[in-house]
Design a protein around this ligand. Structure first.
Ligand code: TQI
Ligand code: ZN
Ligand code: ZN
Length: 168
């Protein structure tokens, strides 16, 4: 079953149209940006929310970046595997990914690394946190708190949809 953060924080009803921005220091490829665009679409299909990329990093509601180790928010990354990414509850809007991971950015399992993680799967999960969802006890849910290397889990389960529709 789905859960929320303590106090059930969510984006205000006056703020249905959210913007997201990529940290310009990362110089991300269009392929990586497309993965996030697809991940946002999966949530917007089930909510009144829209997500639009902005190039103005400072004005974005949701800020996405890849960082290694200690990156200044008190939640240091830990190198390969372990923590892959984290996101903060509304209204902070930060989605950080561990740059030490090997990220799969398309369907083809081309990297050959047994520890590669599917970027879209992690993005869909972390966006759930950005919007206010905690973890789910339902194994098929994208908000279930474990995923294996190389596994792709990007489709929202009924439990994820029910949870996000309580919030929005
Ligand atoms: N990162 C944890 C996560 O996103 C960080 C975390 C732990 C967290 N507890 C939290 C974030 C509570 C918000 C609220 O769950 S992780 C998965 C999953 C991680 C884990 O790197 O362990 C995914 C990141 F669920 F598959 F295990 C992405 Cl998809
Ligand atoms: Zn961080
Ligand atoms: Zn999580």
């Amino acid at each position: 079953h789905y859960s929320f953060f303590p106090g059930m924080p969510r984006w205000s009803t006056r703020r249905r149209d959210l913007t997201y921005a990529f940290d310009p220091r990362n110089q991300l490829s269009d392929d990586v940006k497309r993965v996030f665009g697809n991940a946002f679409t999966r949530w917007s299909e089930w909510t009144p929310l829209t997500f639009t990329e902005t190039n103005d990093y400072n004005s974005g509601d949701l800020k996405i970046g890849f960082y290694g180790g200690d990156h200044g928010d008190g939640e240091a990354f830990d190198g390969v595997l372990g923590t892959l990414a984290h996101a903060f509850a509304p209204p902070r809007g930060l989605l950080h990914l561990d740059s030490d991971e090997t990220w799969i950015i398309d369907d083809v399992f081309a990297s050959g690394s047994p520890a590669a993680m599917d970027l879209e799967s992690v993005a869909v999960h972390e966006i759930g946190h950005l919007l206010g969802l905690g973890h789910s006890s339902v194994e098929e849910a994208v908000m279930f708190p474990t995923i294996s290397a190389g596994v792709r889990k990007v489709e929202l389960a009924r439990d994820d949809v029910e949870g996000i529709q309580v919030l929005y």
